[in-house]
Design a protein around this ligand. Structure first.
Ligand code: PLP
Length: 449
């Protein structure tokens, strides 16, 4: 019997480019992803449309529990606080609330969102460099924890506390110069130049507030766990200094967020899944740093972590559909898909892993993946070695759960549906796609036009 003929493929010459292969010289493998948590991608798109954000409750829960189990082993007096700005969709916040996390908010709107979700004041941490008087008043009245960012805020807190006739326990945010990462010195009081100590003295002299907490957030996507060892040691020594020299008792230390997800920065040579530290490496570094607490107070402080992206990034997927194939002037193949940087701001700094949602064949070729915007910067991947795609093919963009559905914008197209797949395989919409009505509801046309 005659063998079926393989279809003819036009031969092409592909110039090798750095970064296509892994460290052993093998081309990076692409494995199709036909299902997300057991749900066929094709069915998801048929039911909810394309593009589509999909969140996996299973991944969120398993990440959260993994971190908690490691902390429980090394420093059981801890509390996670979900960083709202990382992803404040109600369903996402509720999953973390159910897993025992508090809420970490940085604006009045986020604060209100947490309250509406039923988070009590006592489980809310208010951070941020621009707190309004009204949110400070709400937080102080209700008993939320506030971390003071600068001297003007310190005075504002004193004024509000005075008006309310209370002397609340507060924390200050401190920033450190660390040997392996750049200093985020625009938030909080600097430790090395003595500003943090001045802030404490100022707070004590004011007699309106009681210092009970120290907060720092050393950066984000921190790939070097030793930065946490250094920062934690510095904050612990600071707590000890405040105890020994001023008789202050630090009841909580909040180390913010910053653990890296398995995404790959554009500047990274090796892919994230090969180089991202494990939770146990971060936890080990933190708990080693905490050993410097020795004798800083009669009780060990409560340790807060406000881990954001590392808990949710891998739980998020963005399904998109190929709209067109074209050739650029340099001969490169280009593909136009129906999602772009307006939904996926993180593609500006990550080489997101993008995999076809169906089996594929054919020769890999340098390919640009463009979004649908009529804007030159709408590029999801400028140059990826990719198999041929047809219009209508689906792609799954991975590790998109952090900072996209909060920083996305309505620009040129409307924002799509977001669904969550539960641990028992149920799929529900957690944010509906926008319509023109949503968009125009806030607009007015003055009668004089
Ligand atoms: C104060 C604070 N806490 C927590 C986070 C969450 O950080 P990440 O998503 O890097 O874990 C951030 C993010 O920048 C932050 O500013």
């Amino acid at each position: 019997m005659d063998q079926p003929k393989t279809p003819y493929e036009k031969p092409i010459l592909v110039k090798y480019q750095n970064g296509w292969s892994d460290k052993f010289g093998r081309l990076q493998a692409i494995t199709p992803m036909t299902h997300i948590d057991g749900q066929p991608v094709q069915d998801l798109v048929e039911k909810y449309g394309s593009p589509l954000f999909v969140f996996s409750e299973r991944t969120m829960v398993s990440k959260c529990r993994e971190l908690k189990e490691l902390l429980a082993l090394r420093y059981p007096k801890f509390q996670l606080a979900w960083s709202y700005k990382t992803n404040y969709l109600n369903a996402v916040c509720k999953v973390f609330d159910r897993e025992g996390s508090w809420a970490e908010v940085v604006s009045e709107f986020e604060f209100e969102k947490a309250l509406r979700l039923g988070i009590p004041f006592s489980r809310i941490i208010l951070n941020g460099p621009c707190k309004t008087e009204s949110v400070i008043e709400k937080a102080l009245k209700g008993g939320a924890r506030i971390h003071i960012d600068h001297f003007d805020e310190l005075s504002l807190l004193e004024k509000v506390a005075d008006r309310l006739g209370i002397r609340p326990e507060v924390g200050i945010r401190v920033n450190f110069s660390l040997s392996s990462i750049p200093n985020w010195d625009r938030f909080g009081f600097n430790f090395e130049n003595g500003q943090a100590l001045s802030a404490v003295k100022r707070l004590v002299i004011g007699k309106r507030l009681t210092l009970s907490g120290l907060h720092c957030h050393i950066g984000t996507f921190v790939l070097d766990p030793s930065a946490y060892r250094e920062a934690t040691a510095k904050i612990a020594l600071f707590a000890k200094q405040l105890h020994d020299e001023m008789g202050l008792s630090i009841k909580w230390i909040d180390l913010g967020g910053g653990f890296a997800s398995t995404n790959t920065l554009h500047s990274q040579y090796l892919p994230g899944n090969q180089v991202t530290p494990s939770f146990s490496q971060y936890v080990e570094a933190i708990t080693e740093g905490l050993e410097n607490l020795n004798g800083s107070s009669s009780e060990f402080p409560l340790l807060f972590l406000e881990t954001g992206r590392a808990l949710i990034d891998e739980a998020g997927y963005l399904i998109t559909t190929v709209q067109a194939n074209k050739r650029l002037s340099d001969g490169r193949r280009a593909v136009v898909v129906d999602t772009g940087i307006h939904h996926l701001i993180t593609s500006l700094w990550y080489r997101h892993e993008i995999v076809p949602a169906q089996e594929f064949g054919g020769t890999f070729e340098p390919t640009a993946i463009f979004g649908p915007l009529c804007m030159n910067l709408d590029v999801i991947r400028a140059n990826i070695l990719y198999p041929p795609l047809k219009t209508g093919d689906r792609l799954v963009i991975k590790t998109v759960g952090a900072y996209n559905v909060t920083q996305w914008m309505q620009f040129i197209t409307l924002r799509p549906n977001v669904v969550m797949i539960s641990r028992n395989g149920q799929c529900d919409i957690i944010r509906h796609q926008e319509t023109l009505d949503h968009l125009t509801a806030l607009e007015e046309v003055p009668p004089w036009i």
